[in-house]
Design a protein around this ligand. Structure first.
Ligand code: HEM
Length: 150
């Protein structure tokens, strides 16, 4: 019964999954960029305080709910009969990359708290490099689910 409903809803679940993932990725690409610019401001300045507001809103209003939605709809797709070949390399690689993406999300949250409490010690270069992590993971994920090279 549940399997039947999931199969009927499959194209809708997948559409909602892709929409959530787009919102999640938009935030994951932009938040480390904000940290790059935040590094250029003086502690306690009005500019630094404004970055704190932007960072909080982006994380709490976009990135966190979008990640929850991506996992929810992704989980429903996983539960849909016949969607995943569990032994396939593409699925294992995608799932690993998604776990790493979620871990990076956790790191972004921790770094936001450090900026909020004026105790960031990482240099701007660190955030410039960190900025590339979600891009690489996203490329791996999309190639795995669409081209499925193995
Ligand atoms: C959050 C955890 C995630 C889970 C549990 C998950 C799981 C899934 C599953 C089971 C499918 C169905 C595959 C199929 O229809 O054959 C799917 C499709 C898809 N996922 Fe995810 N996913 C997650 C995150 C992501 C992320 C972060 C991205 C992109 C950066 C992404 C991009 C896609 C795309 C583009 C499709 C559609 C592929 C197609 O056309 O068949 N997913 N996902």
């Amino acid at each position: 019964m549940i399997a039947h409903v999931l199969t009927e809803l499959y194209p809708w679940t997948k559409s909602l999954h892709v929409m959530s993932v787009i919102a999640w990725m938009a935030g994951m690409f932009y938040l480390p960029r904000l940290y790059v610019y935040h590094c250029e401001t003086k502690r306690g300045s009005a500019e630094s305080e404004r970055f704190k507001v932007m960072e909080r809103r982006l994380l709490k209003q976009i990135i966190n709910p979008a990640m929850i939605a991506s996992w929810t709809f992704g989980g429903l797709l996983m539960a849909t009969p016949g969607v995943i070949d569990w032994a396939s390399g593409w699925w294992l690689t995608k799932f690993t990359a998604v776990l790493l993406m979620s871990g990076f999300h956790g790191a972004l949250s921790a770094w936001r708290r450090a900026f909020l409490e004026d105790r960031n010690t990482k240099p701007q270069r660190f955030y410039r490099i960190a900025n590339e992590v979600p891009t690489v993971l996203m490329a791996v994920i999309v190639i795995m689910v669409i081209a499925r090279p193995f």
